[in-house]
Ligand binder design. Structure first.
Ligand code: GLV
Ligand code: GLV
Length: 319
C-alpha cells in the first residue's frame, strides 16, 4: 500500500507526477490557502502532510491527526509550524534547504539593482506615456561599485548574496550569530561587524536570518535611526523581521532612502503606506520562484517523506 499524503497546494507538474506515482496523494485542487478547518479535514488520517509557508500548522492542526508522522514544509523557513507540538508527538518536521539558496540570492540582487537604478520607476514612466526623451537628470540612481553591502545573517543564502557582491565591486560587511571561520571571511572578502556598526556603515542592508523570537522586529525604529539616510533596506527573508509600521515612517521621513521587500508582516496584506511610496520595490514573495528551484524543492519534500515513513532519519529534519 502506498503511504497516504496530503498536499495543501498544487506543485509544479513534474513534482505532481512523482507524488502521484509514489504516494496515495490527496491534494487541495482549489490551489488557494486553506482555512484551519479545511486543513484539518484535508489531512485526516494521512501519514504525511506537505505544507506551504503560508499554512499555519499549529497545535490544533497537528493534534487533530493521530496518524500523522511527518510534516514536510515546502520552504526553507519553518516558522509556520509549531515545532514543539510536533516533536512532543514524535512527528518529524522537514524543510527544503540548499536548493533555493541561489534563486533567493538572485532575487535579492534583483531588488538591490531595481532600487539602486530605479527600475520600476523607469518602467512606470515609459508605460504611462509620460517619458519625453533622454534627460541628463532623470531618475538618477546610485552606483553600487565602491559601496558597502551589509548582510545580516550569513547562512547559506547570506553567503550566496555575498558571493555575488564581489562581482559588483562592493565592499562587504556582515553580522551573524556566530562569526564565520577565517577561511570563509577570506573567500567572500567579508568583515564581521557588531550589528550597530554594520548599520551605521552599510549603504545597503540585506536580511537573511530566519524568523524566530529573537529576530521578530529585529529591524525596529531604533535600528532604522542608526542607518545612513542614503541607505537601502532589502528583505527577502521573512516579513516580521522588519517592523513595517516603523519602516513606513522611516521611508516617509527620509530616515533611510528606500526599501526592497519580497516578504511582508501579514502576507498577502501589505502596509498601505508602502503602496504609496515611490522609493520602495514590492514583490509577492518570489524568493524561490523559478521552475528549477520549485521543482527541486518538491523532490526534496518527497525524499524526506520517504525517509521518515521508511523508518530512517529525514535528511532535512529541523527542530
Ligand atoms: C521561502 O520563503 C522559503 O522559506 O522557502
Ligand atoms: C538558508 O538556507 C540559509 O541558511 O540561509
Amino acid at each position: 500500500m502506498k503511504p497516504s499524503v496530503f498536499l495543501t497546494r498544487i506543485l509544479p507538474d513534474q513534482v505532481m507526477a512523482e507524488l502521484k506515482r509514489r504516494f496515495d496523494l490527496k491534494y487541495n485542487a482549489l490551489d488557494r490557502p486553506l482555512t484551519q478547518p479545511e486543513m484539518i479535514r484535508g489531512m485526516r488520517g494521512r501519514q504525511a502532510v506537505i505544507s506551504m509557508l503560508s499554512d499555519r500548522v499549529d497545535a490544533e492542526v497537528i493534534g487533530s491527526n493521530p496518524a500523522l508522522r511527518v510534516i514536510a514544509n515546502y520552504a526553507v523557513g519553518y516558522n509556520n509550524i509549531d515545532l514543539k507540538t510536533a516533536s512532543s508527538r514524535g512527528i518529524a518536521v522537514t524543510n527544503t534547504p540548499g536548493v533555493l539558496t541561489e534563486a533567493t540570492a538572485d532575487l535579492t540582487w534583483s531588488l538591490i539593482l531595481s532600487l539602486a537604478r530605479r527600475v520600476p520607476e523607469g518602467d512606470r514612466l515609459v508605460r504611462t506615456g509620460r517619458w519625453t526623451g533622454w534627460n541628463p537628470t532623470q531618475l538618477l540612481g546610485m552606483d553600487l561599485t565602491g559601496r558597502t553591502l551589509g548582510i545580516i545573517g550569513m547562512g547559506r543564502i547570506g553567503q550566496a548574496v555575498a558571493r555575488r557582491a564581489f562581482g559588483f565591486g562592493m565592499r562587504l560587511i556582515y553580522h551573524n550569530r556566530h562569526r564565520l571561520p577565517d577561511r570563509l571571511e577570506k573567500k567572500y572578502r567579508a568583515s564581521y561587524q557588531p550589528l550597530s556598526r554594520l548599520l551605521t556603515a552599510a549603504d545597503i542592508v540585506s536580511l537573511h536570518v530566519p524568523l524566530t523570537h529573537e529576530t521578530r522586529h529585529l529591524i525596529h525604529r531604533g535600528v532604522l535611526d542608526r542607518m545612513k539616510s542614503a541607505a537601502l533596506l532589502v528583505n527577502t527573508a521573512r516579513g516580521p523581521i522588519v517592523d513595517e509600521k516603523a519602516l513606513v515612517i522611516a521611508l516617509k521621513k527620509g530616515t533611510i532612502a528606500g526599501a526592497g521587500l519580497d516578504v511582508f508582516e501579514e502576507e498577502p496584506k501589505v502596509h498601505p503606506g508602502l503602496l504609496r511610496l515611490p522609493n520602495v520595490v514590492l514583490l509577492p514573495h518570489l524568493g524561490s520562484a523559478t521552475v528549477e528551484t520549485r521543482t527541486k524543492m518538491g523532490f526534496i519534500v518527497i525524499e524526506n517523506i520517504q525517509a521518515v515513513l521508511g523508518g530512517t532519519r529525514a535528511p532535512n529534519a529541523v527542530g
